[in-house]
Design a protein around this ligand. Sequence first.
Ligand code: SF4
Length: 241
Amino acid sequence: MVALSEIENLSLEFETKTPQEIIRWAVTEYSPEIAMSSSFQTQSMPLLHMATRIDPNLIVFFLDTGYHFWETLMFREQLAADWNLNVRDLRRDPRWDAFALQNIRTLPIDDPNLCCYLNKVQPMQRALQGMKAWISGIRRDQTSVRAQAKILEMQNGLLKINPLLNWTRADVERYAKEHDLPKHPLYDKGYRSVGCAPCTIAIGADDDERAGRWAGRGKIECGLHTDMFQKKNISEVESSN
Ligand code: SF4
């Protein structure tokens, strides 16, 4: 395991490495206390493909928020079987079930920050307890928040590894084409980035890749890759209202 003092230099060194080189380093250093997360959308396919070919037993966390399109659930199921993936579905803490079910239609609209915290951030925090490293597929060209990220980021003892940070949308498309990777069933219907159904709309071919996520609602991130991930409990979450 790498010393804390070396993380920054190593992260800079990785700026010129390929994603595969970074993933190989990560699984060598941290396996079996390492996992990746995937939303099983078209743009997630390259990382999922390369990481699980480097380590076929790598744990893949999927956030089953209860709000997914049926197509996403079917695609996740099919791909897990076809690629023999070690997928673990993550769900919200049952303590919030009564509240969440009572507000199932209104919560994503009225308070998406709280909804994302309950259904994405907190389940991921719990799943990563006991892990030493987390591989994520974020890219700098996706959002203004992600543009500031580093390839290696230490977060309260957990090393976050972002191997695709320097890749562009074109790089993702090129890799997908070269390896003939499957597409999410909604991709060709204009869903370039697919999240939960209440918070995703179809967009035009030339629109920004994430323009269909929380469109017109002043939100660009779910919280997994922002300060929200450091919040310890529900009372610390800033309301969307
Ligand atoms: S993306 Fe929307 S539905 Fe999904 S957890 Fe966040 S607010 Fe809720």
